[in-house]
Design a protein around this ligand. Sequence first.
Ligand code: AMP
Length: 307
Amino acid sequence: MSLIVTGTIGIDTVYTPTGHGERILGGSCTYFAAAASFYGPVRMVAAVGGDFPPEFMATLGHFRNVDVAGLEVRKGSKTFAWGGKYRDDMNSRDTLFTELGVLAEAPPKVPASFADSRFVFLANTHPGVQAGMLGQLPRRALTVADTMDLWINVAKPELLALLKQVDGLVLNYDEAELLTGRKNPVTAGRQILGLGPRFVVIKKGEHGALLVHRDGLAALPAYPAEKVIDPTGAGDSFAGGMMGSLAAAGSAPGADAGSFDAIRRALVHGTVVASFNIEAFSLDRLRTLTRAELDARYNEYAAMVRV
Ligand code: AMP
């Protein structure tokens, strides 16, 4: 069933303890769409500036399931740019700079051909922009949003308004604490359910993810990865695997796409596809990933977590 994403397409500069990537393709929407494309078609709504390199456009084009009809190129504007530096544990990072560029302008519009989208993912961007998408998607069946520290700090009222309109929220452990003031992720998750969503997924990097759903709790370990080159986009590709697999499964008539069991199953796909993304900078690993590799790791992981 039709999946749509809005978020950032960024030019990233990333430093890890073992290397760095300068002005590489990134952005929340980018990683999400690339990961989701392994499960089915994904529609992208985003904006970039006239400085967006043609080779980045070619990289997006490599993912055949990604429909870029909603990608606006604004000649006189600048692309969103972000710089980050990971600490030695690779689990935490500091933002070096955020240049909003097109994000400070009017949000991109949903093309008429995308208006019938059923599965909606609001990847990280200003919560006002995320909310603006919803009015343009009257047929949505499942809406999930991501957010992060910047938006919790600078746009909390807009974020709280958005939470009343979504089925699910995905965020990091420390962001859940920032949003709720609660250190315990289960308590934080339950408090977020009180703000509107039916479920919240709290990600804890190499420690996996916690699902706090109105109908139950589930915890999933991360895939025990040996090769971690660049964790950037782990959260977005995780969400891409989750929503991509939900949209694929949601074709069954009468299926409740947001049920506890459906979300828990989808998190397995998110975990597996994210474990590939971190093996290289930018989209370099997702670009070479094959269906067979994805399936093999899914089976390996499923066997690992079976009790
Ligand atoms: P992740 O590692 O999953 O949190 O995603 C990192 C990606 O998000 C990078 O490629 C950045 O371009 C993008 N990004 C960083 N800060 C923001 C922000 N405040 N809003 C939206 N996207 C962001």
